[in-house]
Design a protein around this ligand. Structure first.
Ligand SMILES: Cc1cc2nc3c(=O)[nH]c(=O)nc-3n(C[C@H](O)[C@H](O)[C@H](O)COP(=O)(O)O)c2cc1C
Ligand SMILES: Nc1ncnc2c1ncn2[C@@H]1O[C@H](COP(=O)(O)OP(=O)(O)OP(=O)(O)O)[C@@H](O)[C@H]1O
Length: 178
């Protein structure tokens, strides 16, 4: 896997998965795997576009589940060809949804994979329907745990804070630290 930390990447065509991907939990794994599989099928490079720190860590001081290196190692295991890591800071967060779309356009995505609740740009004003005006978008169905609730990094953080390590590992889909 080629990693592009805080640098821009330009590609003639690609398949892109976007998200904070903190923990690279089972929901994230599904989004990323779909991009990897689609890329293999269409013979296009798969790109995971992510942020460091995760926006929720930056804005809300949430506990980070994986360091950027751990996150990159997990994404590599899932078979992505490239990972772009964008520094998430005050300046980046103030970029508009349209500026983010311009940035994605440099990757010439044939398809973009995200979950239905994906938001982007200043004040989270960009959503899936805006993205769909510019690109072909595939929305991954929510991946749920055996009890039926949607898996999220927030839920895993809560379980860890309650000492529910066994349960949090089940939602992560790989043991903590691996
Ligand atoms: C250019 C850009 C600007 C953003 N600005 C904000 C913001 O002002 N407030 C906010 O809560 N999140 C902001 N975000 C973070 C998004 O809400 C979201 O967390 C991010 O796109 C990752 O998606 P995910 O949380 O679904 O993984 C921004 C994201 C991008 C790409
Ligand atoms: N359980 C899930 N099933 C399907 N897609 C998901 C799931 N969780 C997240 N995604 C998608 O994966 C990408 C990255 O999501 P993100 O990093 O915001 O995860 P999250 O678990 O919802 O995080 P947080 O709880 O911190 O908001 C987004 O496109 C999001 O919509």
């Amino acid at each position: 896997m080629e990693t592009h930390i805080y640098s821009s990447l330009q590609l003639p065509r690609s398949i892109v998965a976007i998200g904070a991907f903190d923990g690279v939990h089972r929901g994230h794994q599904t989004v990323i795997r779909q991009a990897v599989q689609r890329g293999r099928k269409l013979k296009l490079p798969s790109v995971v576009f992510t942020f460091d720190p995760p926006p929720r860590v930056f804005f809300q001081g949430a506990r980070m589940l994986t360091t950027v290196d751990e996150k990159l190692a997990k994404i590599a295991k899932l078979g992505a060809k490239h990972t772009v890591v964008h520094r998430f800071d005050e300046v980046y967060a103030s970029r508009s949804a349209y500026e983010f779309i311009d940035c994605l356009a440099k990757l010439n995505p044939a398809e973009i994979m995200v979950g239905g609740d994906f938001r982007f740009g200043k004040d989270r004003l960009g959503d899936v329907s805006l993205l769909e005006k510019y690109f072909k978008v595939s929305v991954t169905k929510p991946v749920c745990c055996s009890q039926g609730s949607v898996i999220s990094s927030s839920r895993i953080r809560q379980l860890i804070s309650e000492g529910e390590i066994h349960h949090s590992n089940a939602l992560l889909g790989w043991p903590a630290g691996k």
